[in-house]
Design a protein around this ligand. Structure first.
Ligand code: HSE
Length: 359
């Protein structure tokens, strides 16, 4: 199968390298990148060169940001090409449009690499959503943020030192405010929950960044046997859903509290299966490219899992309640209320969720 590679940053370059190393019958015929490379005849800066090459059956998109990626993905689908994407910003901004177009054109649209790096998360959500009723999806879905918290906690690094390291290791987005401000986790939350709850989730959800987590706050929590991780939280009951992205207070003994470096750990709770946890490297060129290879193999073998997003979902903030840890005290409330208060007061807040809820 001949493919085009869109984007030649950390992930794009790693994918090219992996496909060269592995003899799996997938050839990168053209590469779209802004910077021309006269030494590589595959490289072009004209998207039309890819569209016009009828040998190309599939595109692997590893660009960053919504545009021009969203338009490119749609034009590729309109021309009958299959699409594999790692671009959570483009996918989350118009999941419905992209999915409906791929269905209309009968092309594969796969995006395992958009959430959780190398973790087989999206395919498992799709499978579980069809076989069981998913009641909750949550977890650490940003490698950069986890790396920062882990380095502050275990090595005593300052926030900015840890962020710089994460950037040097290729974990952070081109603009790292997308990581620490929560937009990246927000995009992954919207994608994961839409698939899990089988409907397009409300996108106006509470999001608080993690840039104000301080070493002092971590040591205070430690005294209580707790710590913090940057997490997405969500619950569903029938058609009602609540979602959010927030620094989350958890027990020091929990699995999430022991997630190191750039690793992610995401969970889903099935009404029948109970809780399942998925763990692995959530960022970095090769881990993310590896997830793209798995999607390309599904395209090559025509094995893309169908998934139906036909439910109407509505917001119900009362599904996520707990305690807000503010610098000036602790308050009980829904996650939406507490995030609203934090924004109003322009204050840091971490959220500790109430215990198990009835299904
Ligand atoms: N910047 C992202 C992260 C990359 O750190 O998780 C993977 O999506």
């Amino acid at each position: 199968m001949k493919i085009a590679l869109l984007g030649y940053g950390t992930v794009g370059r790693s994918l090219d390298e992996l496909l060269k190393r592995r003899d799996i019958g997938i050839e990168v015929k053209r590469i779209l990148r802004r910077k021309k490379d006269p030494t590589d005849p595959r490289v072009t800066d004209r998207f039309e060169d890819i569209l016009e090459d009828r040998e190309i059956e599939c595109a692997a998109e590893a660009m960053s940001g919504k545009e021009p990626a969203d338009s490119f993905l749609k034009r590729l689908m309109e021309s009958g090409r299959h699409v594999v994407s790692a671009n959570k910003a483009a996918i989350a901004s118009d999941l419905r449009g992209l999915k409906e177009l791929s269905e209309k054109m009968n092309t594969d649209f796969l995006f395992e690499a958009s959430c959780g790096g190398t973790i087989p998360w999206i395919e498992n959500i799709k499978e579980m959503a069809m076989a069981d009723e998913i009641l909750s999806v949550r977890g650490i879905l940003n490698g950069t943020c986890n790396f920062i918290i882990d380095k502050m906690e275990r090595e005593g690094l300052d926030f900015n030192e840890a962020l710089k390291k994460a950037q040097d290791l290729g974990y952070a987005e081109a603009d790292p405010t997308a990581d620490i401000g929560g937009y990246d986790t927000y995009n992954k939350c919207v994608i994961s929950c839409s698939l899990a709850y089988r409907g397009y989730v409300p996108t106006d959800i509470p999001v608080l960044g993690m840039q104000d987590i301080g070493k002092g706050f971590l040591s205070e929590l430690y005294k209580e046997g707790k710590t913090v991780r940057y997490m997405m939280l969500s619950e569903r009951r029938g058609e009602r859903v609540a979602l959010g992205v927030v620094p989350t207070v958890i027990s020091k003994d929990s699995i999430e509290a022991n997630v190191r470096d750039n690793y992610n750990c995401a969970s889903m709770v099935g009404a029948t299966a109970g809780e399942l946890k998925f763990y692995g490297q959530g960022s970095g060129g090769f881990p993310t490219a590896d997830a793209m290879v798995r999607d390309l193999l599904r395209v090559r073998d025509r094995k893309a899992e169908p998934n139906v997003l036909d439910r109407r979902l509505i917001s119900d903030d009362s599904l996520l309640t707990g305690t807000g840890y503010f610098p000036d005290g602790r308050i009980k409330g829904t996650l939406a209320e507490l995030c609203g208060k934090a924004r109003e007061k322009n204050m840091f807040m971490a959220f500790e969720e109430d215990g198990i809820k009835d299904a």
